[in-house]
Design a protein around this ligand. Sequence first.
Ligand SMILES: CC(=O)N[C@H]1[C@@H](OP(=O)(O)OP(=O)(O)OC[C@H]2O[C@@H](n3ccc(=O)[nH]c3=O)[C@H](O)[C@@H]2O)O[C@H](CO)[C@@H](O)[C@@H]1O
Length: 366
Amino acid sequence: MLLKMNNNTIIIATGGTGGHIFPAQALSDKLVKENFNPVLICDNRANKFLYGSFQSVKKFQISSSNLSGGIISKLQGLSLLLINILKVIFIYLKIKPGCVVGFGGYPALPSIVAAIILNIPIIMYEPNAVLGRVNKWFLRYAKVLALFMPNTTKIAEKHKKKVEVVGDLVRDELLKQAEQERIKNKKFTLLIFGGSQGAQVFSEVIPEAVKLLPPLLRKKLLIIQQARPNLVEQTIEAYKKIEVEAVIKPFFENIGELYLKADLVICRSGASTISELINFKLPAILVPFPHATDNHQYYNALYLVENATARLITQDKFKSIVLAEQLEELIESSIKLKKLKTAYDKMKTTNGTQKLFSIVRKHMKK
Ligand SMILES: CC(=O)N[C@H]1[C@@H](OP(=O)(O)OP(=O)(O)OC[C@H]2O[C@@H](n3ccc(=O)[nH]c3=O)[C@H](O)[C@@H]2O)O[C@H](CO)[C@@H](O)[C@@H]1O
């Protein structure tokens, strides 16, 4: 079917975690600056992560359909998917977008299928080191597959000509903060977070590891830690008991400022986290989320580990005694810490947002 397009309107279709929303926001902010009209299609989990232009652009929220589980749940997922595709077709017929940019995740699926049906150009962005399922299934219909990491796997040979490595998509406000002077602190600042959703294992293991450090070292520490909402009180108590200064919250809205304060980060290895560590040149201990699809967080982590800017502890080995050893070594040896930091100098940061914007402009329906 051929629609007369409104070439200023660009659909941004994405999943609902911070890791999906934040790179999409980077593109949306750029589109607004360039007088384009981004329209967001996501699910309602995204509400917690809507900043910058996403607070004001037009949004359509669809309930996420999951095709996993038993036969009944698959059938329910499939009917919801069909309803969502029809909803999105209706939206496209109304607003006539010039292009659809998919950032992966199941909530992006109806937007991609509707674009195929209405013959609207599709651009895909893949932030992870392993191509995500939705991007993989529909890659044949995309004009371009834009990548963060150059060695992303699971891309079929026949589609490799569609690949353009654009690099990381980091929100503008964070990029500006990354240029600023570090915020000096007398204490060694350990920033801990587990992606946009938090990580239970961090509340279980890290206070125990800090307890194993020599008392003099513990006194030198300031911990800034994200904890799952149900674990905030317990985590505060755990640090109180060992008299370590700690700030614990379920989510930090000022992550850029915290990056400027941090000497060392302990975190998961979601794609946005990786891209931000590169821009802030922050030494890190990475603990990949072991249940991420195709273990992509492990491969994301390797991107830094192979560049010697971070250390990796897989979750099965993430025990207090192992972590305590690593912490003691990195806190006491400023040389080892500095080595991790300076290794970032070899890693190029790219203006991925500008590059993706140029791709969108080139391929949208005129
Ligand atoms: C569990 C899971 O499957 N997570 C996936 C999810 O990302 P998920 O949202 O878990 O993780 P990411 O690391 O990509 O993004 C986290 C974002 O949240 C921000 N932040 C975090 C904590 C906080 O207190 N404040 C704050 O602002 C970080 O700065 C970062 O921008 O999508 C990513 C992109 O496809 C994937 O790489 C991840 O594997």
